[in-house]
Design a binder for this molecule. Structure first.
Ligand code: GLC
Length: 635
């Protein structure tokens, strides 16, 4: 395998003293012969730097790497295929990359027309990039008044930027100068980088996002091993760190060290990473107008690998994606294993993005068809079965159980006792308010309100237009519970007493109304803002942003807040948390330029509603109905 082409396609910004090197178990790399690395033959993407002073970031051996155990022929074969596909695309340095500057629309589906204003911004970017200053300073939106907290936020966001071979590749999760034990918060998390990326893109600074997308793409096909087992090809890491390793004499190299969950607390699977990567790739194209990135063969292969991993046949009975606990933003045990809403909304958004971005040809037409079918089934299933309002809860409360047959009303055999008193008290009277429940499994409905899943459902049009409006109505109606002193609560209500013991495993970080268990997360502001703008209710977002702005800077940009209405800075909350800062900035920019928001959300796709949907009706399940799918738009 030609290692340079394998990695080099993504190296447009790499200075000449950096040599990119990729090595896998099949690479004859000198690092594999080096005893210091023999145990970790496939973890790193690296570049050699001869002059760098390594003291600040020096490590001798990777601390969180897991031992090499077995090899799987199949995965090597896949890696080879992928690397071959990737090596087909153009490879060069930043200044010479023939793909830079070639901005054009694509022939695929649903592509937003080229935005000339944005193109002007990009030309400006390139001028700077081709000079020596790699950081693009252009602000697309002149005349925006930024206040003191915004200015500080921008300073902090720029300060959190991580470079690899002198090019910006991401932002670290938190950068608190007083924190001597940052744990893994000094890493670039894929999900955390999304609001940073949007803030930069909306500011006209696209280089960091492009580099991030391409470097994480290279990490995707890495060999990864958890307890002698290799997770599926296509998995994206939860996070990565740039490490500096010594070579012989005074040379050093920088390496990208990914964590696929093998070092993460609880060894959680980062299911959401690949989905966020696809969503960000689409946003990059939409905002910059540079569709050439998504058209590259290596990038197309990356999209297909993620889609294939998610669409692979398993034992699933539902079109939703089956995952373990902690596989998304809530990355510890919180009783969200199964089919959690956040993953389904991300899955839906990523499939819609993929359908837009995949180049239609003989090799992609099958996967595009599979994606379209899954999208139809997924939205039908969620709209029908996850939606609750007062009337639906009353219906569940009166359910008959143990119904064996195709025409059961209570398809999932939900025992009415699950409709707990908090829910009956909490659900608003009005049928104009409702929400999508957190999870649905046999005999199990998780009625907790999960904010991110509901907001993403609005943004991606996973919900019907009426449902989307009703979710915002509910947030407004339940403002004190879901926003309180700090937007927004990650989920409502908190697990308490024996539920907390049993469901979290007595997790001291997830005590009631703290962290993932009912804590308030300012980063959720950007998704809320986007959802409000989409539904024509920016004033609601403005109210939330104003509230956050009053406290975030004074409180030193905490990761999360505790208590029932978010009054206290979280017990173990990090300070100077980057996605808090970036979420705030992105919200501000979206509110200042609401028209740009439309490139980040999805409208109802009538074509998807045309697809046949099998309906489980009293008349039997064979019925295939377009009308049923279409009628959902009226729900
Ligand atoms: C916590 C959060 C997770 C986030 C990470 C880094 O683990 O639960 O969502 O990505 O911190 O900020």
């Amino acid at each position: 395998m030609n290692a340079i082409t394998f990695l080099g396609n993504s190296t447009m910004m790499i200075p000449s003293q950096c040599i990119l090197r990729a090595f896998t178990r099949i690479s004859p790399s000198k690092y594999i012969r080096d005893p210091a690395f023999r145990s970790y033959p496939s973890r790193f993407s690296s570049c050699v730097n001869q002059n760098k002073n390594p003291e600040s970031n020096r490590i001798l051996t990777p601390t969180n790497a897991v031992p090499f155990c077995t090899d799987r022929q199949s995965s090597v074969t896949t890696a080879q295929v992928v690397s071959e596909a990737r090596s087909l695309s153009a490879s060069t340095t930043c200044a010479n990359d023939p793909t830079v500057g070639k901005i054009h629309t694509k022939n695929g589906l649903n592509v937003k027309p080229l935005d000339l204003e944005r193109l002007k911004g990009d030309e400006k970017d390139e001028e700077v990039i081709n000079g020596d200053d790699k950081r693009v300073n252009g602000d697309c939106y002149e005349g925006i008044k930024s206040n003191e907290s915004e200015e500080e936020a921008w300073r902090l966001l720029r300060d959190s930027v991580v470079t690899y071979c002198d090019s910006p590749v991401g932002t670290m999760a938190a950068k608190d100068p007083t924190d001597t034990l940052p744990s893994n918060y000094d890493q670039v998390f894929i999900r955390d980088f999304v609001p940073s990326a949007l803030a930069f893109l909306l500011k006209g600074e696209s280089e960091i996002v492009r580099n991030f997308l391409l470097h994480t793409l290279q990490l995707q096909s890495w060999e990864k091993t958890v307890d002698c087992y290799s997770p599926g090809q296509g998995l994206m890491p939860a996070s990565f760190k740039v490490r500096t390793l010594p070579l012989e004499e005074d040379k050093f190299e920088e390496v990208l060290d990914p964590d696929f969950g093998e070092a993460a607390i609880g060894r959680v699977a980062p299911v959401d990473s690949g989905l966020w990567w696809i969503i960000l790739l689409r946003a990059y194209g939409k905002i910059t107008g540079d569709y050439s990135l998504q058209e590259r063969i290596d990038v197309q292969t990356g999209i297909k690998m993620i889609a294939n991993l998610c669409l692979a046949d398993g034992f699933d009975m539902f079109p939703t994606l089956l995952v373990t606990d902690g596989s998304c933003m809530i990355d510890r045990r919180m009783g969200i294993h199964g089919h959690p809403l956040e993953i389904q909304a991300l899955f839906y958004s990523a499939l819609r993005s993929s359908r837009e971005m995949l180049t239609v040809n003989d090799s992609s037409k099958n996967i595009i068809k599979t994606i379209s079918n899954r999208l139809s089934a997924l939205s039908f299933h969620i709209r029908e079965n996850y939606w609750v309002d007062k009337n639906k809860i009353n219906e569940i409360y009166r359910y008959k159980t143990e119904e064996y047959s195709m025409d059961a009303t209570n398809k999932f055999n939900i025992y009415p006792e699950q409709v707990s008193p908090w829910l009956m008290d909490w659900v608003p009277e009005s049928s104009d308010c409702g929400f999508l429940i957190g999870n649905l499994q046999p005999a199990h409905m998780d009625f907790r309100f999960f904010t991110l899943g509901n907001l993403l459902s609005i943004i991606s049009s996973l919900g019907t237009p009426k449902q989307n409006q009703a979710i915002l109505n509910l947030i407004e109606e339940k403002w004190d519970d879901l926003v309180g002193h700090m937007p927004l609560k990650i989920c409502y209500p908190a697990l308490e007493s024996s539920e907390w013991h049993i469901i979290t495993g007595s997790d001291p970080k997830n005590t009631p109304w703290s962290y993932h268990n009912g804590g308030s997360w300012p980063t959720l502001l950007w998704q809320f803002t986007l959802a409000c703008i989409k539904m024509g209710r920016p004033e609601l977002a403005e109210k939330a942003v104003t509230l956050a702005e009053k406290r975030l800077q004074a409180d030193r940009w905490p990761e999360y807040y505790d208590t029932r209405n978010g009054k206290f800075i979280g017990k173990q909350s990090r300070l100077y948390q980057t996605w808090t800062i970036a979420g705030f900035l992105t919200s501000k920019q979206l509110l200042q330029n609401p028209e740009i928001a439309s490139s980040l959300f999805w409208e109802e796709d009538l074509e998807l509603l045309e697809t046949c949907v099998c309906v489980l009706t009293k008349a039997g399940r064979k019925k295939c109905s377009r009308a049923a799918a279409k009628s959902q738009i009226l729900i």
